[in-house]
Design a protein around this ligand. Sequence first.
Ligand SMILES: Cc1cc2nc3c(=O)[nH]c(=O)nc-3n(C[C@H](O)[C@H](O)[C@H](O)COP(=O)(O)OP(=O)(O)OC[C@H]3O[C@@H](n4cnc5c(N)ncnc54)[C@H](O)[C@@H]3O)c2cc1C
Length: 327
Amino acid sequence: MSVLVYAEATEGKFRKQAHEAVTYGRKVADMLGVLTHVLCMDEVSEDELKSLGKFGAQSVWFVKENRPANFDPSAIAGVIARAEAQTNSDVLVLVQNFDGKAVAPVLAAKLRAGLVSGAVALPVIEGNSFLVKKNVFSGKAIAVYEMHSAKKIIALTPNSIAPESYSNTPEIHELKPQFNESDFKLKVKEVVKASGTVSLTDADIVVSGGRGLKGPENWAMLEEMAAILGAATACSRPVADINWRPHHEHVGQTGLTVRPNLYIAIGISGAIQHLAGVNGSKVMVVINKDPEAPFFKAADYGIVGDAFEVVPKLNEALKKFKSGAAV
Ligand SMILES: Cc1cc2nc3c(=O)[nH]c(=O)nc-3n(C[C@H](O)[C@H](O)[C@H](O)COP(=O)(O)OP(=O)(O)OC[C@H]3O[C@@H](n4cnc5c(N)ncnc54)[C@H](O)[C@@H]3O)c2cc1C
């Protein structure tokens, strides 16, 4: 028995989500007293594969033929299933991101495994059963799922666990799955990369704007704040729907779920559908001119005021603070 983690890389590098998943897998493996294997299907260097040892990987498997990783859920699930057989793994860990959401159910059906998607904490292990926490009802409540299937799949919500430091050098192995053309049911013809320097789902700080900003031309002050704080930018759904901001920035029930350490909401009312995607944030700060805006009930800190007055002043204060000057 062992634990297998599926780790994705972007542009040849493993990001925070992959590091979190590897640490999660290692902690589960330590609880069970078994090994942690990691599978990667992207094109990365051997050094990068080895770097996963710093997050707990004891053995890393790579696939030279990286066509499946080009987002074909059934092909990805097929390769993970082969790695699962090769490594004799009973617990599989994925990230609850775009790929993970599509792959985990296909994999669960293939392996006849129990699946918890969107886990937010390490499992409590009682004999053969895992008790796994996940957010439910748009993040309004937490449910504990009991998994007692022989094979268990956990899709981990990003930012639920901090990557930890380990000091082992993992063994590197090549996995050689045999593919048939029929394994590839989807073909990705074009990939349009999200703009922005900080990845929204990996960001520690997110600066987000809503319809209260009146128009796309007013986003410069949010982008300035994001640049000062090293934050990613996000928006409410109507803002993306009316093309003030790109759709990949839309957070909420029908958009991305983010769990940053700090979420700054500017000119956003705080509708339940918006909160569903952000209320896992550790600290929420709201700037809204309406003291009755629902977001204030969910916020840790609130500023009642006009964003066009508050944000420029806040940016100046943040710049001074960052430069070490008295604010
Ligand atoms: C099925 C369904 C799914 C949905 N999914 C999502 C989703 O995933 N994400 C999402 O965001 N929404 C979603 N919505 C829409 C959601 O219900 C809200 O309509 C939306 O979140 C409102 O966006 P907003 O807060 O930007 O705009 P508004 O509701 O128009 O609020 C604007 C806010 O800005 C404030 N404001 C105005 N001027 C200023 C100023 N100068 N300074 C400071 N504050 C100011 C106002 O007081 C107000 O609170 C969904 C709705 C449905 C029905």
